[in-house]
Write a protein that binds this ligand. Structure first.
Ligand code: RUB
Length: 315
């Protein structure tokens, strides 16, 4: 039961060639579909075991963005039929449905989020979020003039991807280093970020630096808006689990040579942080805009009674 189809996707997610919560989810769903298509499992049980192993391989790549397990669950739970052929087809079609739903959700979310943005507004962004950019794209296509301060987002500089995509939309961009955010927040109408996971209490887990930005925004009285489709709701937090924060390589922060020059130091590189609900004004989803404290009811409605990890072996 080789699982070659998912192995390269898993590697790309781990290496961040594929990155960002929604993009990771779409790629994982596609990889499961490709694995199902290529499978030469001799019988239905072997096929199911192969799918579970493929999902586990993908699941173990990055721990923080819940869109990944949510995608895997959606596709695996779509598996039905008694023969290998039937199971194969159902996985492939669940994968297609998942990616289609994701696109539709982002489109809806974008339309809803665009209503918050007025002609002439200035936003500040952190990292690169396709959900957040969908709201700007809709606002711009509605004819609104939007300008942006884009934080570079050390250590991986995902702000450059945001800057480039905003420029493609015709949005004037001012790039700033992360520590300049407070200085410019008086000139900003909305801080607009995405999310990797949203916890049941309305906390938002997003790229490291989001929580500091939110505190600064509160200090300046600038609203902080999170654009996150419901795929980012973390069902495990309904039952008391916490969201694991990914720690990444120290070499993303400082090169081995520079570090050796300095001498004995400790380097920490958490990829994400947690912004408490009191620092967030609104969460925009494809189901509408929510105050963070009320997101739990939507989470119960959508994920209330699910099997948390269908990829674990039932035996
Ligand atoms: C990406 C990141 C993004 C969210 C939302 O982190 O924190 O803000 O994933 O993105 P990384 P999207 O670069 O480490 O994956 O809205 O595209 O799902």
């Amino acid at each position: 039961m080789p699982i070659e189809e998912v192995e390269s996707t898993a590697e790309d997610i781990e290496e961040m060639e594929i990155r960002g919560a929604a993009t990771i989810a779409a790629a994982a769903a596609e990889a499961l579909g490709a694995q199902a298509a290529a499978s030469d499992a001799p019988d239905p049980d072997a096929f199911e075991a192969e799918m579970r192993r493929a999902a586990t391989e993908l699941y173990e790549t990055r721990p923080t963005a819940v869109s990944l397990p949510n995608a895997l669950r959606f596709v695996l739970q779509g598996m039905e039929g008694k023969t290998v052929e039937a199971k194969r087809e159902s996985i492939r079609s669940a994968g297609r449905r998942f990616r289609n739903d994701l696109e539709t959700a982002q489109e809806r979310l974008g339309r809803i989020g665009a209503n918050r943005l007025r002609d002439g507004d200035v936003i500040m962004t952190h990292c690169h979020s396709t959900d957040a950019l969908a709201t700007v794209e809709h606002a711009v296509s509605d004819g609104k003039h939007i300008e942006a301060f884009v934080k570079e987002t050390r250590p991986r500089n995902q702000g450059q991807i945001t800057a480039s995509q905003l420029r493609d939309m015709g949005v004037p961009v001012t790039m700033i280093v992360d520590s300049a955010a407070h200085r410019y927040l008086n000139d900003v109408d909305h801080v607009l970020v995405g999310a990797d996971s949203i916890a049941a209490d309305g906390s938002v887990i997003n790229k490291i630096g989001t929580s500091g930005l939110a505190v600064n925004a509160r200090d300046r009285g600038t609203p902080i808006v999170v654009a996150a489709q419901t795929l980012k709701l973390h069902p495990g937090t309904l039952t008391g689990h916490t969201v694991e924060i990914e720690m990444r390589a120290e070499t993303e922060v400082i090169s081995a040579d520079d570090r050796a020059d300095i001498g004995e130091i400790t380097v920490e590189n958490p990829a994400f942080d947690v912004t408490p609900p009191r620092h967030i004004d609104a969460i925009i989803t494809e189901r509408g805009q929510f105050p963070p404290e009320s997101i739990v009811s939507l989470m119960r409605e959508l994920y209330g009674d699910m099997d948390e990890e269908p990829w674990t072996d039932p035996e």
